[in-house]
Design a protein around this ligand. Structure first.
Ligand code: GLP
Length: 255
């Protein structure tokens, strides 16, 4: 694991874009795994400013979203298909035909989830995966207890996740109770992974993921077993780490 503590949102986005750009540039038909949530927005902003996209043919980029709510109105601004369209497809000028989001509106979401898993396989897997993290350590919508070998599937959201995401809805009762998410095993299949986290609310999860035991209690801790992971944090998200001093990008240590 490579860990960077950056001094602000802009440098988080640019540091993450740098690692992702390196992983994608090597591929003839690159596949990028995209995440919603607030922290990854900095990455799309960096790409949109042209950071790290030289030698990267965006017209050939294939993108797969991590997750989607089940049972959310088609036109709801927080439906991840709409978030991805707004924040990624439009900002980066991607061909919408090359951008996929799990189908949360299907009458048979289990079969739709299996189909999504196969679509990723058929595209040759994910070259570079962007991840945010939940306050409970979830990655995608893989809540605590998610098996390490899980694949794309329908899951129930915990009360903690629904409360954290209530800020995007009129009322907590409107936050969906279920989602379709790439599994922990699906995410671990990506060749390169970049996780971003910002803010004090993420500090405990980040500490467990980086300094703790690998366990299903903190789903992101499995990343310790992946050969190519970079975690990019701000000071508030990273300050509880035992070796925080070594991860600060201005500390003069090798990253
Ligand atoms: C949602 C998403 C996750 C994301 C998390 C954190 O729950 N399903 O993929 O990591 O939010 O979002 P934020 O960065 O806004 O805190």
């Amino acid at each position: 694991m490579r860990i960077l503590i950056c001094d602000g949102p802009r440098s988080i986005g640019e540091s993450a874009a740098h690692v992702l750009g390196g992983a994608l540039r090597r591929r003839r038909r690159p596949t990028l795994g995209i995440a919603t949530g607030s922290s990854p927005l900095e990455i799309y902003g960096a790409f949109a400013r042209g950071i790290e996209i030289e030698d990267l043919d965006l017209s050939r980029l294939r993108a797969f979203a991590l997750d989607e709510y089940v049972g959310i109105a088609d036109d709801h601004p927080e439906r991840y298909a709409n978030v991805v369209d707004r924040e990624v497809t439009t900002k980066l000028g991607l061909d919408p035909a090359n951008v996929s989001v799990p189908d949360g509106a299907s009458s048979d979401p289990d079969t739709a989830a299996e189909r999504y898993e196969r679509q990723i396989e058929d595209a040759g897997g994910i070259d570079a995966q962007i991840l945010g993290v939940g306050t409970n350590g979830h990655i995608g919508f893989n809540e605590p207890g998610s098996p390490h070998d899980s694949r794309t599937r329908v899951v129930s959201l915990t009360a903690e996740t629904r409360a954290a995401n209530a800020r995007f809805f009129d009322d907590i009762s409107h936050v969906p109770t279920h989602a379709v998410t790439q599994g922990v095993g699906t995410i671990m299949g990506a060749r390169t992974i970049v996780m971003v986290a910002q803010g004090e609310a993420k500090a405990e999860a980040v500490r467990h993921i980086i300094d703790g035991e690998v366990s299903t209690r903190w789903p992101g801790s499995i990343l310790q077993r992946h050969p190519d992971v970079t975690i990019v944090l701000d000071e508030a998200a990273g300050h509880l780490l035992e070796f925080a001093g070594q991860y600060r990008t201005d500390a003069g240590y090798p990253a």
